[in-house]
Design a protein around this ligand. Structure first.
Ligand code: FAD
Length: 590
């Protein structure tokens, strides 16, 4: 049984569609040529498949938990050694900018590697993901001293990082953060309070953890404007730069969860823990947005990685299990279930959606590279606007869709999918966190509608709409009339729904809020429809090889059978607040 095989051809194809060639032309990324990138991906794919994928099950079955007898979180057997090997191989550094001590590969290449890492072992992958984001936040916002103190440890993975936002009364609403930081007279701060749900908040895989903590300072203004960001190490850093005495950061407990059980979700208490200010006082949320935006795209990548693994599992089962016959078959024989049209439909849906997610996330990663690394000028500014527009979509659509894909994965297995031993159920349980953390998908939808959609007179959205129409025209010329028609209609309904929202933004705010989630679902379909149109054209051009032929089928399937769902959201976007149960009926008046 294959546990996981990195889909290197599919990933390379997606990198070509979104334009790795263009990214490699950005000064500083010249070394990201195809030969180097393919070698890198091949080696990485082998490593994660051999070393991390086999440890995914034990992560689910045993999990990471606080062991009071040892006073810290114990990770599943084999994970510590796997982390050591991962770090020693230098994999944590690949797409970290060279100026911060990394390999200097574009984020687009990093996204390709992240997909494989997550597919191999989602819960494990969260640790390097958070560490990378913490390092990026410090690199952008921290003082030279702090950067010199933490980056040489975080970038190679000697120490790991966390993001500490959530408190019992401060989840989606970070204005309620109560953790306090008071000046200690020597330029540092004493941090006191409690955070909940902190992923990888405590563990035995590295010798120190750097917590990036949102806290309020004395006399700070109320609301989010009064929040600052602090680096709070688990163990104080000695004069020699190494981890020393404990810093009063206590893991009180770990949560019992539906999924991602290998990733410890910690309740942390800070007891006069020494913290150092990151960025400006009272501007902590701005700094934390670096981490949150990176992590939002990272969570979208989790949806992709998990879906690819669920697809591989289901496809394998469809090639093992025999049931029933097809019309005209010998009645004494049974066929592999992968022959049944309905099972083929499920597997085609899964694969088409995986490909669509990959294109969306890689395209977003390409845009992020351009926004960060192009020389100053209009192209860089346009990329920044597109990054802002795509970020909530790249978080929400793949994570909602991953739940559909993981559910189909179980369905392909029939009753055995519901039984834990096949492993399909783990993907389904693991997928459920994706639309919740890093800002629920409901919050992403509000961000899209109230901030990103109207920004710069909707220029990024209009650019995607123009792309959809251009691709539809080329599909029409190439003989794909049905696909061209759906894509053209999708562009029209998406545009008219956006207009409906923008026109009522001030006058019917509650109606607009009520339509935000259906609108972000439309947006995910529209952007992926555009990109899957490109896939269809490129696969046509690639000629008759088997993989190209399969991509023609999945792209055509996506355009004609998945994209039309966009029309189903039109009514929901504009149905308004009166179409929903009232707080009175729901009994939530006070
Ligand atoms: C396994 C796991 C790991 C996590 N890891 C981390 C971590 O590492 N660091 C960290 O800081 N946090 C972490 N979290 C916390 C996570 O980010 C929050 O759970 C999430 O942001 C939602 O907050 P909440 O749970 O308080 O839900 P609530 O904010 O109470 O939301 C409940 C519901 O109300 C909706 N809602 C709330 N406010 C609004 C609004 N204004 N408009 C519309 N709808 C609204 C939400 O969309 C949701 O459907 C983790 C959580 C889990 C479960």
């Amino acid at each position: 049984m294959t546990v996981y095989a990195a889909p290197l051809d599919d990933i390379e194809f997606a990198l070509r569609i979104v334009g790795l060639d263009e990214v490699a032309k950005i000064p500083g990324f010249e070394h990201a040529d195809w030969d180097t990138v393919k070698d890198l991906m091949g080696e990485y794919g082998r490593f994660v498949a051999d070393r991390l994928a086999p440890l995914n099950r034990i992560g689910d079955e045993v999990g990471s938990y606080l062991d009071p007898s040892v006073g810290h979180v114990v990770t599943p057997e084999g994970w510590k050694e796997a982390w050591r090997d991962y770090v020693e191989a230098g994999w944590t550094t690949v797409s970290v900018p060279a100026k911060d001590g990394g390999g200097g590969f574009p984020g687009l290449v990093g996204a390709a590697l992240a997909e494989m890492l997550i597919s191999s072992n989602f819960a494990f992958a969260m640790c390097p993901g958070l560490t990378r984001s913490a390092a990026a936040t410090l690199a952008q916002w921290a003082s030279d001293d702090l950067r010199a103190k933490y980056l040489p440890k975080l970038v190679p993975g000697t120490w790991t990082g966390t993001m500490d936002l959530t408190e019992a009364d401060a989840g989606s609403d970070l204005a309620q953060v109560r953790t306090m930081a008071v000046p200690d007279g020597d330029g540092t701060w004493k941090v006191t309070g409690n955070k909940i749900f902190i992923s990888w908040g405590n563990h035995d895989m590295s010798e120190n953890t750097v917590h990036l903590v949102l806290a309020r300072t004395p006399d700070a203004p109320a609301g989010t404007r009064g929040i600052s960001l602090f680096a709070v190490p688990d163990r104080l850093v000695g004069a020699n730069g190494e981890a020393g005495e404990p810093n009063g950061v206590v893991c009180v407990s770990t949560e019992h969860k539906l999924g991602i059980k290998g990733s410890p979700t910690c309740v942390l208490s800070y007891e006069n823990s020494r913290g150092e200010l990151v960025g400006e006082l009272h501007r902590g949320l701005k700094a934390m947005f670096t981490m949150m935006n990176e992590s939002r795209i990272g969570v979208g990548l989790q949806g992709l990685g998990l879906s690819e693994r669920a697809y591989q599992k289901a496809k394998e089962y469809a090639g093992e299990r025999k049931q029933g016959r097809l019309p005209g078959d010998d009645p004494s024989k049974t066929v592999l279930i992968g022959h049944h049209p309905d099972v083929r439909r499920m597997l085609t849906t899964m694969k088409a959606e995986v490909e669509a997610m990959r294109l969306l996330l890689f395209y977003t990663a390409r845009v992020c590279d351009m926004a960060a690394d192009l020389p100053d000028g209009p192209d860089k500014e346009a990329a920044s606007r597109m990054e802002a527009f795509l970020t909530p979509i790249a978080k929400a659509w793949p994570t909602d869709t991953a739940n559909e894909v993981a559910s189909l994965g179980i369905q392909v297995h029939g009753g055995m999918g519901f039984i834990e031993e096949t492993g399909a159920a783990q993907f389904y349980r693991d997928a459920r966190i994706l639309p919740i953390y890093e800002g629920t998908n409901g919050i992403q939808a509000l961000d899209l509608v109230f901030r990103k959609l109207r920004m710069d007179e909707s220029e990024p959205m209009l650019q995607v709409v123009a792309g959809m129409k251009e691709v539809a025209g080329r599909l029409e010329s190439a003989g794909h009339q049905a696909e061209a028609k759906v894509l053209t209609e999708a562009a029209e309904v998406w545009t008219s729904s956006a207009r409906w929202l923008v026109e009522r933004f001030m006058s019917q705010t509650l109606d607009v809020m009520a339509g935000a989630t259906p609108f972000i679902a439309m947006s995910g379909l529209a952007v992926t429809g555009w990109l899957m149109g490109k896939q269809l054209l490129a696969s046509d051009a690639a000629g008759g090889d088997k993989a190209a032929a399969a991509r023609v089928v999945t792209a055509s399937f996506f355009l004609t059978q998945v994209l039309p769902r966009i029309g189903g959201y039109v009514g929901a976007v504009s149905a308004g607040i009166d179409n929903l149960l009232t707080p009175e009926v729901l009994g939530v008046e006070s």
